[in-house]
Structure formats: C-alpha cells, structure tokens
Design a protein around this ligand. Structure first.
Ligand code: SF4
Length: 394
C-alpha cells in the first residue's frame, strides 16, 4: 500500500470536529503514555491540536520530548551543510526565489567548480553534505547529478541529495555513485493548495513527488527525510501528514533511517505572502509532538530558524542541524548567484561546534553510520531495529 492510500484515508477527515472534541485530560494521558505504547495516528493529531497548546500541556510535552531525545540520541547533533550546485529551475513555485519566472542571477557549477566548493566545505571538517539543485532535468540531467555525487564522494563520507523527483532506477544510479540520503519535501500535502502553487512545470505532478521517498528507499537510500513547507497550507494538517509520511516510511522500509523537518517559509524573491503563519510556540508543539509520535526518528532544524531559537529547542528533539549555510550557488567558485531564501542563522561550522559543546551537546561531523556500513556491517539496520523495538516497548 503506497502512502497515497494513507493520505486518501484522512483527506476528507473532519479535523475541526475531531479537535473540538479533545479534552485536556486526554492530551495529558497521551503525553504521559503509560507503558510507552506506540502512539496512534489520532494520538499524534491530539498532540498537534489546539487543545494541547496550553502552557501546562506544552511544558509537559516538552519535558517528555526532552527525556525521549536524551535517552535515544544522547545529546548528539549531526552537523551538515547544503551545497547548491545549480539554481536553474523549470518550475514556477510561487514561494521560491529560484522559480523560473524570477529574474535572478543563475549559476550552474561545472565539475571543477563543484570540486572547489567541496574542498572549501571539507576544510571545515564536515563530512556530511546535502547536495541541492533547482528542479531542471534539462539543465541538471541525471548524468550531471551522478557526476556531482561522484566528485563529492572524494570529500565526504555521506552525501544526501535534494533534487527533483526521480524514478527508482535513477535513484539507484545516484546510490551507485555514492549518494546515501534523500531529502524530499512535499511542500504541501494539501492537493488543492499544492495545485495552486505548482500550476505549471514538472512539479505539478503531486503524486510523482509524493511517492519519491518510497522510490528512494527501493533504490537503496540509507536515509530519507520528508516534510512540508509550513506556511503554504493549513499547518496542523501539514504537520500531521508529515508525521504520517515519516511513520509510513519507517514501517515500510525498516532498514532506512527516517527523518522529518518542519521548515517554516522564509522571505524570498517575488511577492508571495504565506497563507499561514506558524509561530515559535506552535513550531515547538509540532516538533515535540512528532518526537513523541516517532521516538527514533531524526529531526532536522535548519538555518531557516534563528540562532536563538535553534539554541532554545536543542534539547527538545533535533538530531541534525545545518551550519555554515549559503543558499546561493558557487560562493567559492567564482562569484555567487542570488540565494534561494534568506537564512536566519549564519553561524559557521566552528561557531556551531563551539556553541553545541558549550551547551553540553556533542557535535558530530562525520557520518559514522556510512563508514561502518561500507566496512560490511549494516549498523543502520541493527540500530534502527533496536531503537524501534525499544520505542515500541517490544
Ligand atoms: S522550490 Fe524547488 S522546484 Fe520550486 S522553484 Fe524553488 S528550486 Fe524550483
């Protein structure tokens, strides 16, 4: 059963009526979760609901999320940085600076330029990288993506890709070239909103994008991260479907390391105004609810969030954070392009490392999973299985 079936199951669900019937005692019972049972879809929705947003219940949920995160992940935060290799895009997403219609400075790195950028980033000590492109098969065909991954493999122990959705066989080629992680944001799980924001271009195909994480898993990606861009559609539903998507992948592909992120829309070129605002309190509610729903999943908090906010939420769930970020193409390789969006936390890798250590967290720059896996021991499978087993109380 593909994830589309789960989405369909809840698409006509009356979220308002369900949320209106939730009592505070019900929320508290789910947070306390006697017996550490696996939370159901509707337990998760209860934690996301307005009924769970009182100061007392939020504090209770934060404490529980802190305990789970600390016991599962032990204060370890993996650092990575994004590398944009091309900002040419054939899509018209209204909320993104890279959209085809925007008159911005475009760049498309050749392999030598990718090498220059890779060398600069590797000098910071980072060994985990996220390679991104605008979505243009024409400008960045599969062969180009594969060649970029092969160059990055010379510098990094773990390479994730955030590129246009691909067929399973295409993902297999990227895996063979050295990619081991896939990030694919659905942007909006609400079909009508998705259609209104992506009226043109290949991204108009909602289902092809929705099922891309599954194809990545089939192709052998070791880790997959999903989520929605908060602000585009009704946030509670988007947070709910993001969690269900992550849970579905974890259940369907037990050897895959699953993560989610809750990126909030940031200022960008163009005149797009988000339909919804997600304030800090609601962000924390969504993130901690997800931690309770999926105790063993990764959570990424990116530089869309401010330094002060990222520091404040550190104990509550994140396992991965970006550092030394630029959303432009070609910073070192002869003049940058315009950026995709404004970042809110401009700290360097060194600054992030020092900051994490000063707060009692351990910054991890090398993806040890991959290295051990390459030596023949599939620690990813072993770790995920044991974490899940413990999380489910089995
Ligand atoms: S969000 Fe992605 S697909 Fe849409 S315009 Fe930006 S880069 Fe292109």
């Amino acid at each position: 059963m593909p994830f589309t079936d789960i989405l369909k199951k809840y698409e006509n669900f009356d979220f308002d009526a369900f949320c209106a019937g939730i009592a505070p005692s019900q929320v508290a019972r789910i947070i306390n979760n006697g017996g550490n049972r696996r939370l159901s879809d509707l337990d998760y929705l209860t934690l996301l609901s307005p009924a769970a947003s009182t100061p007392e219940l939020l504090e209770l949920m934060a404490q529980r999320a802190r305990d789970i995160t600390s016991s599962r992940f032990g204060g370890v935060i993996q650092l990575f940085t994004p590398l944009y290799v091309s900002n040419i895009c054939d899509n018209h997403c209204l909320y993104c600076s890279f959209a085809h219609q925007n008159k911005i400075r475009r760049r498309h790195l050749n392999l030598n330029e990718v090498r220059v950028e890779a060398s600069r980033i590797a000098a910071t000590g980072l060994r985990h990288i996220l390679m991104l492109t605008g979505e243009s098969r024409r400008a960045a065909p599969l062969g180009y993506l594969r060649d970029c991954v092969a160059v990055l493999r010379e510098y990094f122990s773990s390479i994730s890709v955030e590129v246009y959705p691909l067929d399973t066989s295409d993902y297999s080629e990227l895996v063979a070239a050295g990619a081991d992680g896939l990030t694919m944001y659905q942007e909006a799980y609400d079909r009508a909103v998705y259609a209104s924001l992506h009226a043109d271009g290949p991204k108009a195909n909602f289902e092809y994008r929705l099922l891309a994480p599954e194809r990545g898993c089939e192709a052998g990606m070791r880790s997959v991260t999903v989520g929605a861009l908060l602000g585009l559609a009704q946030p509670l539903r988007e947070a709910f479907f993001s969690g269900l998507h992550a849970r579905y992948i974890m259940d369907s592909y037990p050897s895959v390391e699953v993560g989610a992120s809750f990126p909030r829309i940031r200022p960008q070129a163009g005149e797009f105004e988000p339909n919804f605002t997600v304030n800090d309190k609601t962000f924390v509610q969504y993130m901690t609810a997800f931690r309770l729903f999926m105790p063993a999943a990764g959570i990424t908090v990116s530089t869309r969030e401010s330094a002060a906010f990222r520091d404040a939420v550190l104990p509550l769930g994140p396992t991965k954070m970006s550092a030394g970020v630029s959303t432009a193409v070609g910073e070192s390789a002869g003049g940058a392009s315009d950026a995709q969006f404004e970042i809110a936390d401009g700290r360097s890798v060194d600054e992030m490392k020092k900051n994490l250590l000063s707060q009692g967290f351990q910054p991890v720059l090398v993806d040890w999973n991959y290295i051990l896996c390459r030596s023949g021991f599939d620690i990813s499978t072993s770790l995920n299985a044991s974490l899940r087993s413990a999380a489910d109380g089995h």
